[in-house]
Design a protein around this ligand. Structure first.
Ligand code: PMP
Length: 331
């Protein structure tokens, strides 16, 4: 039920660090999960079973499926401020207020890096403050890490938020996915891990996670997991993978700069710094649903109605056309 032991081991090293004491002390309960979605769902079911009546605090906005996942697991939801529409950045002050005002010991869902849909992440300094406040309040942080490596091009750097929480001694949870950073969407490879007080507790927690998996899907698929464990377990293949992840991330970063430059050259009077400030695959452009509808109907450019552009689809061949159309509909 827990899937590939080798893959889980490699996963934990990627999220928690190659030389993590938590791994050495066997304090992490980790199971292979059905990609990032399955890891979140397994955790939501675990929360429901072992902390009945608790709720989950979810950022506004978030990946829409987060709401579906915790709803279907019958865990009540609350929200916390995250995005600041005027600055197209983080509403850090309101976020901190919400963290302070939540009842002690609340569960919070945090995007470890590359927040979907906004592309807006806290800075390292802000993560430290968030972690400190979580400590004061005794909150539990559940990190959804669907894009490790995609944000900066370096999986170690993208795990910084988690590492800061670990330095502060939090017992965190983490959902990992290989859909994006290894292109394994269809294989459903991921991992759910929970940091425990000691090895004995980790064994018990893992066993309970397996009990939850058994009547739901029995065991996760093996082939994608083998791909991940072979690549991450072989130093040469891992080096090659890291190079390719960086190549993908750098290409997206390059497209962001080019899109902003194109819009500025066209004479757009709107501010577009957020295109390069936000990170990873998504650009929360600030375009209205009406402007998006015009892009779709008149120009056949398809983005979500909340104005989110998938930067992975932007390339040297279509960027000129895209910039022209954005300029046209936002005039
Ligand atoms: N979390 C977030 C924030 C995501 O954006 C995604 C993918 N869109 C996932 C989790 C899960 O993806 P998957 O189940 O394909 O790994």
């Amino acid at each position: 039920m827990g899937g590939s032991v080798n893959m889980v081991e490699e996963n934990l090293k990627l999220a928690y660090g190659e030389n993590s004491d938590l791994i050495k002390e066997k304090r992490i309960a980790g199971v292979q999960a059905l990609s990032g979605t399955g890891a979140c769902r397994l955790f939501a079911d675990f929360q429901k079973r072992f902390s009945p009546g608790s709720q989950i605090y979810i950022p506004v906005p978030t990946w829409v499926n987060h709401h579906n996942i915790w709803r279907d697991a019958y865990v009540p939801q609350n929200t916390f401020h995250y995005y600041h529409p005027e600055s197209r950045g983080l509403d850090f002050a309101s976020m901190m207020e919400d963290i302070k005002n939540a009842p002690n010991g609340s569960f919070f869902l945090l995007h470890a890096c590359a927040h979907n849909p906004t592309g807006v992440d806290p800075t390292e300094e802000q993560w430290r403050e968030i972690s400190q406040q979580f400590k004061v309040k005794g909150h539990f942080a559940f990190f959804d890490m669907a894009y490790q490596g995609f944000a900066s091009g370096d999986p170690e750097r993208d795990a910084k938020s988690i590492r800061i929480f670990l330095e502060d001694g939090h017992l965190i949870g983490c959902a990992q996915s290989y859909a994006k950073n290894m292109g394994l969407y269809g294989q459903r490879v991921g991992c759910l891990s929970l940091v425990c007080d000691d090895e004995k507790q980790a064994v018990a927690v893992k066993s309970q996670l397996q009990q939850l998996a058994r009547p739901m899907y029995s065991n996760p698929p093996i082939h994608g997991a083998l791909i991940v464990s072979i690549i991450l377990g072989d130093p040469e293949l891992k080096k090659l993978w890291l190079k390719e992840v960086k190549g993908m991330a750098d290409r997206i970063i390059g497209m962001r700069s080019a899109l902003r430059e194109n819009l500025e050259k066209l004479g757009s009077s709107l501010p577009w710094e957020h295109i390069t400030k936000q990170i990873d695959m998504f650009c929360y452009s600030g375009m209205t649903p009406k402007q998006v509808d015009r892009m779709t109907k008149e120009f056949h450019i398809y983005i979500t109605r909340n104005g989110r552009i998938s930067m992975a689809r932007v390339n040297t061949g279509n960027i000129g056309y895209l910039a022209n159309v954005i300029h046209e509909v936002t005039k």
